[in-house]
Ligand binder design. Structure first.
Ligand code: GRF
Length: 213
């Protein structure tokens, strides 16, 4: 069975969705850069091993990344799953774990990389918004896309309402993407485009607005 380490910084609802999906995946540890992350408490209550490595205790991004990478190497997971992990990695960290780090991002990339994605989607007047699971590369939120899920932007939407609608999609697509990796069905086509073996038509990796509640 493949294994993973999940990295979180906050409430951990994506962590929860991943664990509750009962994937063929051994979660070796949940690691946070904040000792007070509520998701850590949930993981511990669930009997999962937890670790915290406070980024504030390190003099530089590189020093934190080195320490985190050393802990990950000790745990030796196949996958490193970012689930609301609010730190930007140094290129060195990403090169240390090529094609092994996945992230869930709350927008339809390449639209709205970075922060405040829901507010920016509303300000731009887009009619479709959503979430993306991608492989992490040194380009911020720019790595190969594994799956996306779309939701409509509705008249009168607030940032919070839109965030909730997107979060429900995140909780569906992240476990799906990780399942493909756990089942060893992911391959990288030329140009670093992700293809999933045996997923049938390409629309398997898209959830349409009609499907999402
Ligand atoms: C999610 O919206 C995720 O896409 C973003 O941060 C949020 C984390 O939420 N990267 P949670 O901690 O998984 O509940």
């Amino acid at each position: 069975m493949k294994s993973a380490v999940v990295l979180i910084s906050g409430r951990g609802s994506n962590l929860r969705a991943l664990v509750e999906a009962q994937l063929p995946l051994e979660v070796r540890a949940v690691v946070s850069n904040r000792a007070d992350a509520p998701g850590l408490e949930w993981a511990a209550a669930r009997g999962l091993p937890t670790r915290s490595i406070e980024h504030k205790a390190f003099a530089s991004r590189e020093a934190f990344d080195q320490a985190l990478g050393d802990v990950i190497d000790e745990l030796a997971p196949d996958l490193i799953l970012l689930a609301g992990f609010m730190r930007i990695f140094s290129a060195g960290f990403i090169r240390r774990f090529p094609r092994r780090i996945l992230n869930i991002h709350p927008s339809l990339l390449p639209a709205f990389p970075g922060l405040q994605t829901h507010a920016r989607a509303l300000a731009a007047g887009v009619k479709l918004h959503g979430a993306t699971v991608h492989v992490v590369t040194p380009s911020l939120d720019g790595g190969p896309i594994v799956i996306q899920g779309a939701v409509p932007v509705l008249p009168g939407d607030t940032e919070a309402a839109l965030a909730d609608r997107v979060l429900a999609v995140e909780h569906r697509i992240y476990p799906q993407a990780v399942r493909w990796f756990a089942e060893d069905r992911v391959e990288f086509a030329p140009g670093d485009v992700v293809r999933v073996r045996g997923s049938g038509v390409s629309s398997d990796s898209m959830i349409s607005p009609r499907d999402s509640r």
